[in-house]
Design a protein around this ligand. Structure first.
Ligand code: GDP
Length: 424
């Protein structure tokens, strides 16, 4: 059919991280995509429908329906090579029960003949446009994405309790997320209110614990009852992606005894791409045999592997022994402050002009790049615009230089920074 091919195409930019780690791609149901500065999550239900006699039965139905429920837009892929099938018709009926925008994507339209045959899918009565594409070559996917992202602008996730950090507890199975949540929420009378989330059954809870106020976005804590193990995993993956999207700061738990693995890098990569604040909590530190140098060495090795995403604080903790739990939460609060602070234009220019004088952008083919001034945009995560001549000729290493100087001069620990150049 080509769902996986389209999925890979939509989430292309994360491929490097996801694909070269063994074990990461196998159970990949979701990925992060970007199109003209709009970020989105792609859920792949691939393989769950095909080959089943009765798609309305049991776990398969649950998974597909869950994915639909969680989605903003549904891409329904049909195959121009095989033409319209009974399964397509059945599935169109399932989709009609949901109140979601559906885009009919007719795949494998590489040949004129197949491109023209896409019209037969109008019979399904879904949406008023058919997107004949080729997931393989990328043909038609740009037009499709242009349409799809229009649905996201209004889907912005707002914090109903402005100013209180929303925190997501992330990490792969067994790192200690539930135990950590229990410690956090076990504090006497820590719950302030339950806030209905933006999705059907997401519950965000407002806490006042350790003298700090924060909202925990729903993670693995709440799970729907389900028949099969695979289904539970799929569901909890969806839930934690959602929890991340609705958070300001992600606390990513690692297992100290296992170190950083592909799945961890994947989670951190997603949070970085989504411009979330990040705190790394190396949990189960009690199980590590250590001397006075172990933590420093561990941290150094970790930061090297995380590069260039090595801007986040790392805390060694033990949920079981209740070690440094407080510190982790304090760091999360600090990261939130770093994420939301605004540097005044005058201070920013004073500091950064001095840095630029020390190391001006290299000229490109005789074209001298003159940076005139810079501002921070009023965005949810730190974004800086540098106004200059020949902005197109500013290269990646120089952006990195500016990012590092920004981090050095103003504390942006734990926060992804975005830098743009604009013509002036
Ligand atoms: P989750 O799948 O991420 O929610 O992980 P759990 O909270 O269920 O923890 C998985 C296992 O790790 C459980 O047996 C916990 O008791 C254990 N565990 C969690 N945190 C720690 C810790 O700091 N030290 C040790 N030794 N074990 C831990």
């Amino acid at each position: 059919m080509g769902k996986s091919t389209l999925f890979n195409r939509l989430t292309e930019s994360r491929k490097a991280i996801m694909d070269n780690q063994s074990g990461v791609t196998r159970d990949r149901h979701y990925g992060y995509g970007e199109w003209t500065d709009q970020y989105f999550t792609v859920i792949d239900t691939g393989g769950y429908v095909v080959g089943s006699e009765d798609i309305f039965e049991g776990a398969i139905r649950d998974q597909v329906e869950l994915a639909i429920e969680e989605s903003t837009v549904v891409l329904f892929m049909v195959d121009t090579m095989t033409g319209l099938t009974d399964l397509d018709k059945d599935f169109a009926n399932v989709l009609r029960r949901f109140n979601k925008p559906v885009y009919l994507v007719a795949n494998k339209a590489e040949t004129t003949e197949r491109y023209q045959s896409a019209g037969e899918f109008y019979e399904l009565g879904l949406g008023d446009e058919i997107f004949a594409i080729s997931a393989q070559t990328g043909f038609g996917t740009g037009e499709l994405l242009d349409k799809v992202i229009q649905h996201f602008e209004t889907a912005g996730i707002e914090n109903p309790e402005e100013g209180i950090p929303r925190i997501a507890i992330m990490g792969r199975p067994n790192v200690g997320k539930s135990s950590f949540l229990n410690v956090l929420t076990g504090t006497d009378r820590s719950i302030v209110t339950d806030i209905a989330g933006t999705t059907r059954d997401a519950i965000h809870t407002h806490y006042n614990a350790f003298g700090m106020e924060f909202i925990l976005t729903d993670t693995a804590g709440i799970r729907r009852k389900s028949r099969v193990k695979e289904d539970i995993e799929f569901y909890s993956t969806l839930r934690s992606v959602k929890a991340m999207e609705e958070s300001d700061v992600c606390i990513v738990l690692l297992d100290a005894t296992l170190g950083l693995e592909g799945q961890d890098l994947n989670i951190i990569g997603q949070a970085d791409k989504a411009k979330k604040g990040i705190v790394i909590m190396v949990n189960k530190w009690d199980l590590v045999e250590k001397d006075s140098k172990t933590a420093d060495q561990y941290k150094k090795a970790l930061l090297e592997r995380l590069a260039p995403m090595n801007y986040m604080p790392i805390i060694f903790a033990s949920v079981v022994e209740k070690q440094r739990i407080h510190q982790v939460m304090e760091k999360a609060m600090e990261v939130y402050q770093n994420k939301t602070k605004k540097i005044s234009t005058s201070k920013l220019n004073e500091v950064m002009q001095a840095e630029i004088e020390k190391y001006p952008p290299p000229a490109h083919r005789g074209k001298y790049i003159n940076i005139k001034y810079m501002i921070q945009l009023p965005t949810p995560s730190p974004t800086f615009v540098f106004f200059s001549s020949h902005p197109k000729h500013v290269k990646e290493p120089y952006l990195r230089y500016l990012e590092n100087r920004l981090r050095e001069n103003f504390d942006f620990s734990g926060v992804p920074i975005t830098i743009f150049f604009r013509e002036k």
